[in-house]
Design a binder for this molecule. Sequence first.
Ligand code: WTA
Length: 653
Amino acid sequence: MPSTEATHIDSTLTESRKFPPPADFSARAWVKSLDEYNAICKRADADPEAFWAECARGLYWFKPFGKTLEWNFPHAKWFVGGTINAAYNCLDRHLDGPRRNKAALIWEGEPGDSRVLTYQMLADEVGRCANALKSLGVKDGDRVAIYMPLVPEAAIAMLACARIGAIHSVVFGGFSSEALADRINDAEAKVCITADGGWRRGQIVELKNNVDEALKKCPSIRKVLVLKRVGNKVEMRKGRDLWWDELVPAQSPRCEAAALDAEHPLYTLYTSGTTGKPKGVVHTTGGYLTHVLMTMKWVFDLKEDDIYWCTADIGWVTGHSYTVYGPLAAGATVLMYEGAPNFPENDRFWQIIAKYHVSIFYTAPTAIRTFIKWGDAWVKKHDLSSLRLLGSVGEPINPEAWMWYRKVIGGERCPIVDTWWQTETGGIMISPMPGAIATKPGSATLALPGIAADVVTREGKSVGANQGGLLIVRKPWPGMLRTIYRDPERYKNNYFVQIDGAYFTGDGARRDQDGYLWIMGRVDDVINVSGHRLGTMEIESALVSHAAVAEAACVGRPDEMKGQAVVAFVTLEGGRKGDGRLRDELRAHVVKEIGALARPDDVRFTEALPKTRSGKIMRRLLRQIASGDETLGDTTTLEDLSVLAKLRDDEQG
Ligand code: WTA
């Protein structure tokens, strides 16, 4: 259970740069001014149910809903009695007009192959796949595991499940067979959809072999559907394994979309965060779709002719909400890229943006910091003038990384939407509306309409301007998780017992004098120095603002005098070497930026930081390393285990 030990978190970040939305952007935006944003918020606050009902009517309902919300804390039912289908909303709804022939997916494979599927073509493929699943005995309510590379068939498989009411559980293709087995077993999935392999940095990821290994311990799986992607040799077990390429194309493209209850589960997605056993977050249909559809307009300001690229893998919630369901429900053209950003070279992303004229680009701070490390020359080789909007998600973005993103990628012309949300929230909660809200580097700015975010003390009292506290949401919202799969107690204990009557996010935040929200990181990561509780984000941002530093992660180490001492793990800009002098300089730099209080006792230089598969820094692990603890617990979500060994060997400065 995330703790709320803090009554307050001291905030030390002073960032005063501010960028108003460019006038020409605002003129064409869905929401054009702060006044307009305020007016929408006012309407949403005055009558949240009427507001969300109006939003939900932007979707196609087979049967209209009656009551908008049934809220029995902490259980929500949205759009009661309505029937709906996610695949119908993402596909069929667009087939009556000009969108029928619009590109729905533009896909580029890592080796350089590419495919374009129009809405009609995608609808036909989804119909075939849905019929194939039916032929394998998959029914409404059955769970289907999807363990695939980032290819169109991954989205097709998700939508095919949605079409017939099966609940998908996508497992990131980078996870091991062990992690896959745990997730399949928790969900008791009946069918697994996979590929022979996937491409990653020119190497084959042996997906089918991993499935075979996992299935030794997964009695619930009856059939495995295998897409041929890389053409490597795999074992096909008779009676269990079938080739996608033989089964799916032979099906009829027509498959009626099931009219499902608004609260029918759409998917489960396992999230481990940075600690503990993975939990199966459950999202349902009507509310989730409402949330992701609205945010495509509010946050991404989506227009009919945009080419929209979210770089997240479909194994993460960002891929679910903002590669598949949100943009397709909104009728967007979605770009999908299968592989690594540095294959064959460090400029692959920029090359793709130039090649397809991408206009909206949505990525993660961990990627941005990597690009900074690789150097501007890779970016400069390409024409990025098609870009009009940039987005960030997944971690706090340090002001210096934000400034680089704005300048080097956005040509100082594109607004940046720093979007705060979680697997649990389903869709974006806090973010600027790019045509309406002036941005400040490092701030996710303001909550979206209808999202009752607040920053509070442990007692649930709102904190004053520029004080840190706990980030909560006071009212239910349509996209919220409904439960943890087969663990309703954990649902309650994780999110609804800390602050009376509210959803607790686990994050710390501060609201500044303009009401802007600044996310300070996970509350569990807060460092307590001599009774001052410091958010990790702020010390890290101070370090990153030093010219030599590429990335930084700070953790607390027990200290007799101060309670905790700050230990900073630091990676350096291309080629620089850490030494005693630089270490002293960095410590002094933090003192200058923040104050003596935050001065790291220890600065350790490392080549890379340990990260979860989705790119979040694993501070829990760093905490253990910093305090010399050798029992490191479950590290199956580590990006690169070698990093660990390296860290422990690395000498201090
Ligand atoms: C962090 C990803 C600061 C936060 C969509 C949250 C962020 C967790 C931001 C959820 C942001 C995400 N600024 N922190 N813009 N976006 N986070 O479930 O700690 O993978 O609680 O969902 O990431 O991560 P998850």
